[in-house]
Design a binder for this molecule. Structure first.
Ligand code: SF4
Length: 378
């Protein structure tokens, strides 16, 4: 990662974050400015990935995961958007068509997060709240610089939440050892050839898995996201090899969850991907528009890939929770033989699985009644 320029919102110039970043990146040109002036520069995606923007976030950090429409089951996850944008450059990255500001954005007012967590816990007592920072960024990409996650781990230590940091890096060296084990570091996984061709600048899959083993040794639980699963000639052997690598890198007892999700994106992203990555093959696949408007592989293609991955994982790992991200009930039933009845039912499954597998967390016994009602922002 190379940073060429740091922009600091004049409002936050005296904050500990601005001081820390400017000290750590001494020598890199910086400028005090404001949002309008930065927007007027209209940084290209490539320029944005080499620029830092330190500012204040003017809304709640904690929100329900936007999920997708009601035909697809979502897991009632919560997102904590502590920064936005990502220095890596995956061809399929949804952020390319999503955020107006392309600079790597760091928020300097995270001190309000513990209060937001407390309000959510009070509002939804009895639920096991899963909260992640990787929706609009790679959770660990800038962490050695910001130290954000160390502060979040502290906040999670005394609260009944499960925090998740999603990454495609091997940046775990700076993470502190933890005893509470309610923090999950998770990696998205794809075969090495896909990482090389579609996940530019990210860590090779072998290094991700080695980092996962190091994180487990420090007390973190692990998560893996086979997402986006891609349809390409030879996927059967390559995903099977990846699953073998996973089995030899870590133990099932350390794995909190595994998700499966196939390639999907809104149609306007297609020309963006083709313009930025003319050599990619991912947009040449035959796709269908789902009820949420996103393009996906046809259901039989998705089901075949999911079956391959699911049976491969279950051949050795019988207990870990495996779930789909944004899939419909038909696919759940075709692949796993059952489907959660609703988003709340899926949320409950996480609690039930954790209660059974991880007694060290001291979780309250799950009650379906605690999961009635939708995921509403506090
Ligand atoms: S790592 Fe995630 S956020 Fe970063 S470019 Fe890839 S898909 Fe986008």
């Amino acid at each position: 990662m190379k940073i060429d320029k740091i922009y600091v919102d004049s409002d936050v110039r005296e904050t500990p974050l601005a001081t820390r970043v400017l000290n750590k990146l001494r020598g890199i040109p910086f400028e005090f400015t404001d949002e309008t002036a930065l927007a007027a520069r209209a940084l290209s995606p490539a320029e944005g990935k080499r620029s830092l923007w330190i500012t204040r976030f003017k809304g709640p950090f904690l929100k329900p995961c936007p999920g997708t429409d009601a035909s697809y089951l979502c897991c009632n996850y919560w997102v904590l958007n502590i920064q936005a944008n990502c220095p890596w450059d995956c061809t399929y990255c949804i952020l390319q068509g999503y955020l107006n500001q392309t600079a790597l954005t760091l928020y300097a007012n995270l001190e309000i997060i513990p209060e937001e967590l407390d309000r959510l816990i009070e509002r939804l007592p009895g639920r096991m709240l899963r909260i992640g920072t990787g929706e609009l960024t790679d959770s660990l990409a800038l962490d050695p610089l910001t130290g954000f996650n160390t502060a979040l781990i502290q906040a999670a230590k005394t609260r009944p939440v499960i925090l998740e940091f999603k990454t495609k890096t091997d940046f775990v060296g700076h993470l502190p050892p933890i005893a509470t084990r309610n923090v999950v570091v998770s990696w998205s996984l794809n075969p090495a050839r896909i990482v090389e061709t579609e996940e530019h600048k990210t860590a090779p899959v072998r290094e991700r898995l080695e980092a996962a083993a190091r994180a487990a040794a420090k007390g973190y639980r692990l998560g893996f996201h086979f997402d986006p699963l891609l349809d390409f000639p030879g996927w059967e052997e390559e995903y099977a090899g990846l699953i073998r690598e996973l089995f030899s890198a870590v133990n099932e007892e350390d794995v909190a969850w595994i998700s499966l999700g196939s390639l999907r994106f809104p149609p306007p992203l297609k020309p963006v991907i083709e313009r930025r990555f003319p050599r990619t093959r991912i947009t040449s696949a035959e796709m269908v528009r789902g009820t949420d408007g996103k393009l996906r592989y046809f259901r039989p293609v998705r089901t075949a890939i999911y079956r391959g991955i699911y049976s491969g994982l279950r051949s050795r790992w019988k207990e870990v929770l495996i779930y789909f991200c944004m899939e419909n009930k038909t696919v759940w039933k075709e692949v796993m033989g059952f489907s959660p009845p609703s988003n709340e039912g899926l949320d409950y499954l996480f609690h039930e699985n954790f209660f059974r597998r991880f007694p060290d967390l001291g979780l309250r016994e799950p009650h379906p009644g605690d999961y009635l009602g939708s995921c509403v922002a506090p």
